[in-house]
Design a protein around this ligand. Structure first.
Ligand code: SAH
Length: 215
C-alpha cells in the first residue's frame, strides 16, 4: 500500500468510535463490545476496507474487525464506515503481531489475509503475515477448527505459505493457484487489490487452512 501522510488522519481516527483505542481492555469481552455473542472474524491488513464492509453487509450476524497498521490507509475505511454505520464493524490500528493481547483464545472464528505485503527478501521473511510468529498469534486467538483464508497475486508468497503453514502444524483444507477459474470462486468477495490484479490478467491464488490442536 502506497504510503502518504494524510493531514489529520490520526485525529479523525482518534475521534471515531469505530476504531477501538485500547483493544487489550476488551480481551475476552468482545461480545460485550458488540452487544451480542455472534462469531467474530478479522481481516488483517484490511487496506481501505471494501472486502470487510461488503462481508459485513452480507452477513449482519457475523461481527467483523478490520486490522490495519497504517492510519493513513485505515482512514478510508473509517470514512466509509462513518457513512454506513454498520453495527457489526470495528477497526484496530495496530500491528497484527500484538493481536493475542487483544483477543482471548477462541474469540476469533476466522481470519482473512488479503493481498498481504510479499516481503520478497529472505531477511524480511519474518514480516510476512504467513510466517511462523504470525501463525502462532492466529493459533492463540482462533476457535477450535477456526480458519485462515489467504488470497494473493504473489506466487512466491503463495508457495512460501503452502510450506510455512504445514511446517507450523496447520492443515491446508483447500488451495488453488487460479481462484477466479476454480470451484472456490463461488461467493468470492473481491478486495481492492484483487480487482486491480485480476483486471491486469494476473491469476489470484487462494488457500484455506486450519490449525489442528493436539488431543
Ligand atoms: N487487503 C487489502 C489491502 C492489501 S495491502 C486489499 O486486498 O485490497 C496489505 C495491507 O496490509 C497494507 O494496507 C498494509 O499496511 C497492511 N499490513 C501489512 N503488515 C501489517 C501488519 N503486520 N499488521 C497490520 N496490517 C498490516
Amino acid at each position: 500500500m502506497r504510503l502518504r501522510h494524510i493531514m489529520g488522519a490520526e485525529q479523525k481516527i482518534e475521534e471515531s468510535g469505530y476504531v477501538i483505542k485500547a483493544p487489550q481492555e476488551y480481551r475476552g469481552r468482545w461480545a460485550e463490545l458488540f452487544g451480542n455473542g455472534n462469531p467474530i472474524r478479522l481481516e488483517i491488513g484490511m487496506g481501505k476496507g471494501r472486502f470487510l464492509m461488503e462481508q459485513a453487509q452480507a452477513h449482519p450476524r457475523i461481527n467483523f474487525v478490520g486490522v490495519e497498521i497504517y492510519s493513513s490507509v485505515l482512514l478510508k475505511a473509517v470514512q466509509k464506515q462513518e457513512e454506513l454505520r454498520l453495527a457489526n464493524v470495528r477497526f484496530l490500528c495496530m500491528d497484527a503481531l500484538g493481536l493475542a493481547d487483544c483477543f482471548a483464545q477462541g474469540e476469533i472464528e476466522r481470519i482473512y489475509l488479503n493481498f498481504s505485503d510479499p516481503w520478497p527478501k529472505d531477511r524480511h521473511a519474518k514480516r510476512r503475515l504467513t510466517s511462523p510468529r504470525f501463525l502462532k498469534v492466529y493459533e492463540n486467538i482462533l476457535t477450535e477448527g477456526g480458519m485462515v483464508e489467504f488470497k494473493t497475486d504473489n506466487r512466491p508468497l503463495f508457495e512460501y505459505s503452502l510450506e510455512s503453514l504445514p511446517a507450523s502444524g496447520w492443515e491446508i483444507l483447500a488451495q488453488t493457484p487460479d481462484l477466479h477459474h476454480s470451484s472456490l470462486a463461488e461467493g468470492n468477495v473481491m478486495t481492492e487489490y484483487e480487482e486491480k490484479f485480476a483486471s491486469e490478467g494476473k491469476p489470484i491464488c487462494k488457500l484455506v487452512a486450519t490449525k489442528r490442536r493436539l488431543e
